[in-house]
Ligand binder design. Structure first.
Ligand code: GAP
Length: 513
C-alpha cells in the first residue's frame, strides 16, 4: 500500500472511530461513495458552512442568500446543457476491469511531469541558495525544459481532442503516452465512451418521458432561475451576488477517495452578476478573495495552489481551481469560473422569459455576466480534517493523536472535566458548562483518568480542556489546557468566556478577511 493510501486509510479509520464520518447504511455493508456524518462530523461541517455563509453574506453587503429546491423543472437541465453535455469520458482496462476517467488519467500523467519539475526546482534552490532565480532556472534547465515540453504537448493534444469531443483521439493519446492501468500495469484499453452524470427519477406515480426529473447536479441553476426574483425582491444593483449551500447529486462512475468524490454531496456556491466586459476583473478579484478565505484558517500555505483549466466547461470563458494537498496529493477543492451570460441566455431562450437587468443610471438593459465560486463542503471538510490530523510523540514518551482543527471550526470548543466524580466537583463542572453553553459547544466528561480524557479531546480537536479541582471550590478558578501547546494555566471562572472566545469565536476568523 502506498504512503498516500496509508494516510487516507488512517484518516478514514479515525473519522469513524471518533464519530466524524460513517459509511452509509453500514449494517448492510454500506453503499459505495455515500457517507453519513456523525456527531462531531456534523458540527465541523456546520461550522465550515457557517464560515463560508457569513464570509459571503455578512461581509459583503451586495451578496444575499437563497435556498432553492433540489428538484427543478426538467427543462432547466436541457437549457443548462447538462442533459446533452454533462458527461465524463470513461475508459476501461480490459485486464483489471477497472474503469477510469480518461481525462483524469491524462491529468495524472501530466502531474508526474509537474512533480519532476518541482523536484528539479527544489534541487536548484539548494544548489544556488541565495542566488537562485526560479524564473531563469525554469527557462534554462534542460530537465525542466524537457518536462515542460512534454506537458505542453500532452495538454495541447488533450485540449484539442476533448473540445472536439474526439474520443478516439483521447484514447490514442493515452496509448501514445504509454499510460498504464495502476491495477493491472497494462495498456490494454477499451474505447473511450461518454456517460451522463445526472440521476433521473420519476415525478408522481405515472412513469413516462414527460415526468422524468433530475436530482440537481449543481446548486447553481437554482440561483440562475431565481435571478430576477432575488434582484427585484431584495432591490439588488449590479454587481451583486447570490449565495446558496445545498445537496447536489452526480452518478460518479469512478467514485472513491472517501468524501472527496461522492454521489451525494454538498456544494457552497455563489454567482456574482456583473456588467458584461467587467467579468475578468471580477474573476481575478474573486480568485484573490477565495484564496484569502482559505488562508485565514491558518492551515499550511504550501497546501494550496491554483490550477488554471485547459479544457473549459461549456459555459466558461475562464476557470481556475484552488487545489489542496489532500492525502492523495493535490486535487481540486474549489472552482472559480467566469460563466459569461451562457446560463441566463439559455434560460431566456428555453423559458421564453426575459432575464435582463435594467440599469436605471445608464438606461440600459442587458443580460449580466456571471462569475461563480463553487466549493464542495465535503471536500473542504476533508481538507480541514487531513491538515489537522497529527500523530505526536510527547516528551514523556507517550503518543497522542491530535486534530489541530482551526479553533473556530472545532466541533467541541471546551471540555469541562471534574478531577474526580465526587466532593461537589461534578456539580461545579456542570455549573461552568451552564455559564458557557450559550456561547460555545461544551462537553462534560468525568470518565477515566485526566490523561485519557485529554487524549479523547485531542482526538476530536477540542481547543480547550478545563479541569475542575478541589481548589476550584474555594478560589473559583480552573486549570485551562491548550490543545496545541498543552500548556496549562490557572484562570478565574469569571474570565473563562473571554479567554476562550479570543481563540474560538468565528468573529476572529471573519475579522481577518
Ligand atoms: N456550479 C459549478 C460546479 O458545479 P464543479 O467543478 O463541477 O462546478 C464544484 O463542482 C465543486 O463541487 C468542486 O470543486 C468540488 O469541491 C465539489 N464536487 C464536485 N463533484 C463532487 C463530488 N462528486 N463529491 C464531492 N464534491 C464534489
Amino acid at each position: 500500500m502506498s504512503n498516500q493510501e496509508d494516510r487516507l486509510k488512517t484518516l478514514i479509520g479515525h473519522a469513524k472511530e471518533y464519530g466524524f464520518v460513517f459509511p452509509s447504511s453500514e449494517i448492510y455493508d454500506g453503499l459505495s461513495a455515500t457517507y453519513d456524518y456523525g456527531p462531531y462530523g456534523v458540527e465541523l461541517k456546520n461550522n465550515i458552512r457557517r464560515y463560508w455563509w457569513e464570509a459571503m453574506t455578512r461581509l459583503n453587503a451586495n451578496i444575499v442568500g437563497l435556498d432553492a429546491a433540489i428538484f427543478m423543472h426538467p427543462t432547466v437541465w436541457k437549457a443548462s446543457g447538462h442533459v446533452d453535455a454533462f458527461n465524463d469520458p470513461l475508459i476501461d482496462n480490459k485486464d483489471s476491469k477497472k474503469r477510469y476517467r480518461a481525462d483524469v488519467l491524462l491529468e495524472e500523467h501530466i502531474a508526474k511531469y509537474e512533480d519532476k519539475i518541482a523536484k528539479e526546482v527544489e534541487k536548484g534552490k539548494k544548489r544556488f541558495a541565495e542566488g537562485f532565480d526560479e524564473v531563469q532556472f525554469r527557462a534554462t534547465n534542460p530537465n525542466v525544459k524537457r518536462a515542460q515540453d512534454r506537458i505542453d504537448a500532452v495538454e495541447g493534444r488533450m485540449k484539442t481532442a476533448l473540445e472536439a469531443n474526439d474520443l478516439e483521439a483521447v484514447r490514442q493519446l493515452i496509448i501514445d503516452e504509454e499510460i498504464k492501468c495502476p491495477m493491472s500495469g497494462t495498456a490494454n484499453w477499451t474505447e473511450v465512451r461518454q456517460f451522463n452524470l445526472m440521476f433521473a427519477t420519476e415525478l408522481g406515480s405515472v412513469s413516462g418521458e414527460s415526468s422524468t426529473i433530475y436530482l440537481r447536479p449543481e446548486t447553481a441553476q437554482g440561483i440562475f432561475v431565481n435571478f430576477l426574483n432575488v434582484q427585484k425582491s431584495a432591490r439588488m444593483k449590479i454587481p451583486f451576488g447570490i449565495a446558496q449551500t445545498g445537496k447536489a447529486f452526480r452518478n460518479e462512475i469512478v467514485a472513491r477517495q472517501f468524501v472527496f468524490r461522492m454521489r451525494e454531496f454538498e456544494q457552497m456556491e455563489m454567482q456574482f452578476f456583473v456588467k458584461p466586459g467587467t467579468e475578468m476583473e471580477w474573476y481575478e478579484s474573486w480568485k484573490a478573495k477565495r484564496i484569502a478565505w482559505h488562508k485565514a484558517l491558518g492551515m499550511p500555505e504550501e497546501n494550496y495552489r491554483f490550477h488554471d483549466h485547459i479544457k473549459l466547461a461549456h459555459y466558461a470563458n475562464a476557470a481556475s481551481d484552488i487545489e489542496f494537498k489532500f492525502p492523495m496529493g493535490f486535487k481540486e477543492l474549489e472552482g472559480i469560473h467566469s460563466r459569461t451570460d451562457f446560463d441566463l441566455k439559455q434560460h431566456e431562450e428555453f423559458s421564453g422569459k426575459k432575464l435582463r437587468y435594467f440599469d436605471s443610471e445608464t438606461n440600459e438593459s442587458y443580460v449580466p455576466y456571471v462569475v461563480e465560486t463553487s466549493i464542495g463542503l465535503d471536500r473542504m471538510f476533508l481538507a480541514v480534517l487531513s491538515a489537522a490530523y497529527q500523530e505526536e510523540k510527547l516528551e514523556n514518551g507517550e503518543e497522542r493523536v491530535v486534530l489541530r482543527i482551526p479553533a473556530p471550526l472545532a466541533p467541541v470548543k471546551i471540555a469541562v472535566l471534574p478531577l474526580i466524580k465526587k466532593d461537589g466537583l461534578p456539580e461545579k463542572a456542570r455549573a461552568i458548562i451552564d455559564s458557557l453553553k450559550l456561547d460555545h459547544n461544551c462537553q462534560y466528561d468525568d470518565k477515566d483518568s485526566i490523561g485519557k480524557r485529554y487524549r479523547r479531546q485531542d482526538a476530536i480537536g477540542t481547543p480547550y480542556c478545563i479541569t475542575v479541582d478541589h481548589d476550584t471550590l474555594t478560589d473559583d478558578a480552573v486549570t485551562i489546557r491548550d490543545r496545541d501547546t498543552m500548556q496549562q494555566e490557572r484562570v478565574k471562572i469569571a474570565e473563562l468566556s473571554k479567554v476562550v472566545s479570543a481563540k474560538v469565536d468565528m468573529r476572529g476568523l471573519l475579522g481577518k478577511l
